[in-house]
Design a protein around this ligand. Sequence first.
Ligand code: HEM
Length: 177
Amino acid sequence: MSLASFNNSSLITGALLLVPILFVLYRNLTPSSSSDTTSSDSSSPSDTSEQEPKSIMQPARTDLLPPKDDPFTLNELKQYDGTTEGMPIYVSIKGTVFDVSHKSDVYGAGKSYNIFAGKDGSKGLGMSSLKTEHAVPDYSGLDEKDMKTLNDWHAFFIKRYNIVGRVSDLPDAVKDQ
Ligand code: HEM
């Protein structure tokens, strides 16, 4: 085996080993309500892992404002996608609109989770997908596991972001859910 091919196969082996490591790492990052204390939500009562790994996710907040109920159409939401300087950034999950402006480091233009800004991308959150085609409000096709992931994200956001309103024109398949 030539040195060049050895290096190539080492690289491929290294890359293959990285995939499960990243997966395990991310499993520890996905939302969990067990370390939260402000229990305004009851969607994940079974989430009680005893050995909570030290999370690098932001902690729950205790200074949230009373939730607002202002209606937003999906079209109106688009202006809050982080592309306009000085405008707030909004993320909607299952029709609940959250102000995520103080996390522009992840939701701002060009940042990792900008895909969820200025829209309701519930389906993608449930699927743990960052693909544009998945960041849509109709999550009706999600299986039980992905539905739990979506509900966990909703609970995560409720404890960390101010609610500024709700989407008034969700697709029929997920309206009133
Ligand atoms: C190996 C892949 C991934 C890694 C290493 C990773 C890493 C992280 C890290 C470090 C944070 C905390 C960020 C912060 O608070 O500053 C985070 C938060 C988050 N991640 Fe990921 N992530 C990965 C994949 C994904 C995927 C596929 C999704 C799609 C749903 C996703 C959605 C989120 C969301 C919504 C947050 C919450 C941000 C917040 O509001 O605090 N991540 N991730």
